[in-house]
Design a protein around this ligand. Sequence first.
Ligand code: FES
Length: 150
Amino acid sequence: MPSYTLNINGKQRSVTVDEDTPLLWVLRDELNLVGTKFGCGIGQCGACTVHVDGSATRSCQIQVSVLEDLKVTTIEGLSKEGKHPVQEAWTETDVPQCGYCQAGQIMTASAFLSENKNPSTVEIREAMHGNICRCASYNRIEKAVKLAAE
Ligand code: FES
C-alpha cells in the first residue's frame, strides 16, 4: 500500500492506505480524529464535512491520493485556542439535540462565514441546506449562524 503525508490541522501526518481510501476513513480509522462523522457515505448528508484549503468538503467523497498538497482542517482543529466563534454561537444557542450531525454543520457554517461575513437569512439557508439534521434543529442552526456572524 502507498504512504501519504497529509497536512491535518496544521500537522504533517503520514498514513499508509489504499489510494482510493476516502479522507473520512483516514481521519477516523488511521488518525483517530473521530469528530468527523459517517452518515451516508455518498455525499448526501454533510455529517462528514471538513475544510480542504478552507472550503467545506465532504470527506467521504475525497480520496486520500489527491490531498498531499492541500490543508485539511477537522472539527478538532477548527480553533487554535478555546472555541471558534461558530462553536461559541452553537453553545449559546443550544443547537444540538442528538448532536451527531453537528461537527459537519459547524464546519459548513464556519467555511461559509469566512467567505460571507454578513449573510442574509436566505444565504444562510442556501449555505446550510445540504447538511441534514435528523432532529430537525434547523431553526437553531440558522439562529446560531446569525449569532456567529454578528
Ligand atoms: Fe459524507 Fe454523508 S457521510 S455526506
